[in-house]
Design a protein around this ligand. Structure first.
Ligand code: SF4
Length: 424
């Protein structure tokens, strides 16, 4: 019998069901699929001779394994991108032939994310799965949480922290639960426009950082008595920031040599592969990025200022018709990210790093949508969901892409409140 454990989870978790072969964006393609040691040994001991042969010729032990419970071995992808255990109908033959207990931890887990904070497990879902994206992002009423007892089945722990452990005394991690809870409440507070909430979150985190540095023992009191109204009214949108955002994201692409390759004989498909280190495989994402590049007219090699009127108009229209009208979609994206990634310690113990990188993601999504709007002249709710899902799938699952962006911000001294304001 499976063990029931204490768990906190967003209520949407109960709604998810993988649609398997009917999925329009199957997750068994293009990613490195890891196998934990126990499952790897199960594969070596399968009795059915024919299936034993099929299994073992398509798996290998990794040279460098980070964790036996996750990446002891790996599946050899067909043509470097397709899982060899996917049937013609896109069903997993390991699961159908041997049962779900033969799935590796990674396969059994996705798209679930399991963390453990003190005595509680925390389960959430990853919006890189299209079915999850629809469930989470389309919740007009927002994301709610509940706690209870559940059987987890096979899972891998992404992060584990026990704030009562002495090793966390006098570290920033000690107050992770309290700081994350207030941060999520700020983002869910619909009395304010979403960009304003993000701005207020920055102000809250800035003071929290100072409290952690100079007034460590009073942090809990500060967090518990925090009043969102003390920061309201400070945020005013500066439209010139739109130009700086476009310039920043264009630079992110330039930095990855995408435009150099535009001038070469590479096809557009290869150009997109260069952006994301050859790991990209989503046709939807490839065609969307092509639209973004064309929409912003980056391929015309003009200065950004020559197109400034076009960009400012597009951002203005999208502000009202996309970001304002569907602000709950973006709120849900942020709340899910914060819960799942143990915000504001998602990047490191430097809380401002997590804040600025969340804004980079948020603003990247806006840039991606504005570019598509410029190309198409419209954008539907379904396009918004699919865009967030496909962008998340490509950038979050690339081992270095976001780390490189944070490195770039630090090297150029952009990891500060001034730049955060530009991204809003
Ligand atoms: S992307 Fe989601 S719905 Fe599609 S096959 Fe994977 S887990 Fe199932």
């Amino acid at each position: 019998m499976e063990e029931h454990i204490k768990i906190i989870y967003p209520t949407y978790v109960n709604e998810f069901k993988c649609v398997g072969g009917n999925c329009e964006d199957n997750c068994c393609n293009s990613w490195n699929i890891h196998i934990d040691k126990i499952t790897f040994k199960q594969y070596e001991n399968v009795q059915d001779k024919k299936f034993h042969k099929l299994l073992n010729k398509n798996i290998f032990i990794k040279d460098k394994c980070k964790n036996d419970n996750i990446d002891y071995g790996q599946i050899k992808l067909k043509n470097g991108k397709n899982c060899p255990f996917l049937s013609k109908n896109k069903y997993c033959v390991i699961q159908s032939k041997l049962g779900k207990e033969y799935l590796s931890n990674v396969c059994a887990n996705y798209p679930r994310v399991v963390n453990k904070v003190n005595d509680y497990y925390e389960m959430s879902l990853d919006v890189s799965c299209i079915e999850v994206a629809r469930i989470i992002l389309l919740k007009e009423e927002g994301i709610e949480f509940e706690e209870g007892e559940k059987a987890l089945g096979k899972y891998t722990l992404s992060m584990k922290i026990d704030t009562n452990d002495k090793m966390f005394d006098y570290t920033n991690f000690k107050y992770i639960k309290e700081i994350r809870e207030i941060s999520i409440n700020i983002i869910k507070n619909r009395n304010y426009e979403l960009s304003e909430r993000l701005y207020m979150l920055g102000s809250f985190l800035e003071i929290t950082r100072k409290e952690l540095c100079y007034n460590y023992n009073e942090v809990i009191e500060f967090v518990n008595t925090y009043n969102i109204k003390s920061f309201s009214g400070e945020f005013k949108r500066d439209k010139t920031n739109y130009m700086l955002q476009v310039s920043f994201y264009k630079k992110m692409l330039d930095k990855l040599n995408v435009f150099e390759n535009c001038n070469s004989n590479l096809s557009k498909f290869n150009i997109i592969k260069v952006i994301l280190g050859n790991n990209c495989n989503s046709n939807y994402f490839i065609s969307s990025i092509e639209k973004v590049i064309s929409g912003f007219r980056f391929n015309e090699h003009k200065s950004l200022m020559e197109n400034s009127e076009l960009y400012l108009n597009a951002y203005d229209i999208c502000e009202e018709n996309i970001f304002g009208k569907y602000s709950y979609i973006f709120e849900n994206y942020l709340v899910n990210h914060m819960f799942k990634e143990l915000f504001p310690f998602s990047e490191s113990d430097v809380i401002f790093d997590s804040y600025i990188m969340m804004l980079v993601r948020f603003s990247y999504i806006r840039f991606y949508l504005v570019g598509q709007y410029l190309y198409n002249g419209e954008i539907s709710k379904e396009n918004i969901i699919r865009s967030i899902q496909s962008l998340t799938k490509e950038i979050e699952h690339d081992e270095t892409y976001l780390k490189d962006i944070l490195k770039f911000l630090k090297e150029n001294e952009l990891d500060n409140k001034r730049f955060a304001r530009i991204l809003l």
